[in-house]
Design a protein around this ligand. Structure first.
Ligand SMILES: [Zn+2]
Ligand SMILES: [Zn+2]
Length: 259
C-alpha cells in the first residue's frame, strides 16, 4: 500500500539509478541510493584537510594524522571536511543539484553539512558563511550557483550570517569538463578575489563548495580571503574525490564535473 502510494506521488523512476521508486522521500531517489548517499567518510582523516588516510603508517605515525600535502603546507585554508565520498551516485546527485532542478536537494545537503560543522565547533568557529562563487558567464547561463544552494540553508541552520558577495571569481573556468590535477591547480590560481566593498579583515570564514577534488579551489579562495585579512578559513564540501582504489560504490558510470 505504502509503495503504491509512493509510486503515485513519484511516478518517475529514481533519478540516480532509474529503478522504480520504493520510498515516499522528499527526494526522488530509491532506498539503495539514499542509503549510499548517507554514508559519511571513514576515519582516520587528515587533521587539517580531512582527506581519508589509507596508509596505516600515516595513520599511526604521530598522534595527529596528516596527509603528505598538509605536511608540506600546501593549502592556505586552516581546516576542511567533506560529508561523503565522491562516488558515482554522489556525482549524479550533485549533477542533479546543478542541472536537474531537484529543489529539496540543496536543503538536504545543507542539513548534512550543518551537522558536520556542529560536530567540530572549534575548528569551524566562524563569523560568516561564504559559497565558492561561479564566474559571471556561468552564473548567467545557469541562473544560480550550486554552492550557494547548499551554503544558504546551511548558514540559516547554523545561525551564521551568509555572505555570498564577499568572494568573486575573476577568471572563468575553461569549458573543458575533465581537468588533470595540474590543470585544476593552474586554472584556479589567482582566479578569485574579495569584492572591493567587502570587509574581510579579521573575519573567520566557512567556505562551502560541492566537491573537494584536489583542494585547489578552496585553496585559491582561501588565499584571496587571507590576502584581504581573513583570520581563519575552514572549508566544507558535500563530497570528497578519493583515489579510485579506496572509493566505494563502483558500478555506475562516473561523470566528473567538479571544480
Ligand atoms: Zn536509485
Ligand atoms: Zn591533509
Amino acid at each position: 500500500m505504502r509503495k503504491a502510494l509512493a509510486s503515485l506521488a513519484f511516478p518517475a523512476p529514481c533519478r540516480i539509478c532509474a529503478r522504480i521508486l520504493d520510498t515516499g522521500s522528499t527526494l526522488p531517489f530509491c532506498h539503495a541510493c539514499m542509503y549510499a548517499l548517507e554514508q559519511t567518510l571513514r576515519e582516520p582523516l587528515c587533521a587539517q584537510c580531512g582527506r581519508p588516510i589509507v596508509s596505516a603508517a600515516a595513520a599511526e605515525g604521530g598522534s595527529v594524522p596528516q596527509c603528505h600535502l598538509c605536511r608540506s603546507q600546501v593549502y592556505a585554508f586552516d581546516f576542511a571536511r567533506s560529508f561523503g565520498a565522491y562516488t558515482p551516485r554522489m556525482s549524479r546527485a550533485i549533477l542533479l543539484l546543478k542541472y536537474g532542478n531537484v529543489a529539496p536537494l540543496g536543503a538536504w545537503f545543507a542539513r548534512r553539512l550543518a551537522g558536520l560543522v556542529q560536530r567540530q565547533p572549534g575548528s569551524f568557529a566562524a563569523d560568516v558563511v561564504v559559497p565558492v562563487p561561479l564566474d559571471h558567464g556561468r552564473m548567467r547561463g545557469r541562473g544560480y550557483n550550486q554552492a550557494e544552494l547548499i551554503a544558504k540553508p546551511m548558514a540559516r541552520l547554523l545561525g551564521i550570517p551568509f555572505r555570498s558577495y564577499l568572494l568573486v571569481r575573476t577568471r572563468p573556468r575553461p569549458n573543458q569538463l575533465r581537468l588533470t590535477r595540474r590543470e585544476r591547480w593552474e586554472t584556479v590560481r589567482g582566479a578569485y578575489a574579495t569584492h572591493k566593498t567587502a570587509q574581510v579583515d579579521k573575519l573567520r570564514v566557512i567556505l562551502v563548495d560541492d566537491v573537494f577534488t584536489t583542494g585547489a579551489t578552496l585553496d585559491a579562495c582561501s588565499r584571496a580571503l587571507k590576502g584581504a585579512g581573513a583570520a581563519r578559513v575552514a572549508g566544507v564540501t558535500v563530497a570528497r574525490a578519493l583515489p579510485l582504489s579506496s572509493a566505494p560504490d563502483a558500478g555506475l558510470p562516473d561523470q566528473d564535473f567538479g571544480e
